[in-house]
Design a protein around this ligand. Sequence first.
Ligand code: UGY
Ligand code: MN
Length: 300
Amino acid sequence: MSFLAAHSLFFVLLSTVRWAAGQEGFCSVPPSIVTHSATKPLYWKATNPTLSPDHLQDLPGFTRSVYKRDHAVITPESHVFSPLPNWVNTLGAYLVTPAMGSHFSMFLARMQENSRSGLPPKDVERFVFVIEGSVTFSNGSLIDHKLPVDSYVYLPPNVEHTLESDMAATVVIFERRHASLENYHPEQIIGSTAKQPLLETPGEVFELRKLLPTSAHYDFNIHIMDFQPGEYLNVKEVHYNQHGLLLLEGQGIYRLGDNWYPVQAGDVIWMAPFVPQWYAALGNSRSRYLIYKDVNRDPL
Ligand code: UGY
Ligand code: MN
């Protein structure tokens, strides 16, 4: 066979294989994975993950969740919701609590029609971030605040307030016993990610926003970190701070200690102090995560 004939035969075979792959679907991507959520509301994937609990209901005993001494990955098919004490018409799933060794709690609250929040315990501060629907925040003053998706409120300890909703809404909440400093009293903060400035991240490529002031009044902050597909943390971090993370958008690989986890929007991660941590964003859309980090206090 001449070189030309062999060459043409190769391309005929190649296109036949491609056609077969397309027809039979082997080595191809199922259409459900290719669909994009560009027309969906912000953070829609966090409550409707690509690999949803529905996709796994026929797979007995399967979960991506893991719970180890120094980290946990808690994926949507293992979130367990039950009525939140002192809340009305609201189901909560506690995902990080001091029983794991953390000094904070992190939970999802699914508010239903005519729902209302309860208060945190005495001396406990609270941070609320809306991921679905909207809630009305009031602190007894004349003005109520409507908090849509992407907005948040920080409540210092012992501040009376309510969150209410007349439709389905989901919020993620962080609470901890405030580590007070004499003469430094934190104030209530209301804001939204979109209004926070981008901050410098020397040596890193991700985009960073902080949702709380960085002053000593606050003993933690909530960071919003954005990675384009292919971007990753340059620092393979090991630090004294602890983290509670909710992946709001995208997918990638999280390294925790010696473990490498595929993660997607809707997954929650607990990182104990000093657990080696690293993230690489993959897929075809931005990864955005929200991450609790204790700051401004001497670890002693
Ligand atoms: O600020 C942080 O510690 C953050 N970069 N950690 C993380 O993304 N795992
Ligand atoms: Mn970190």
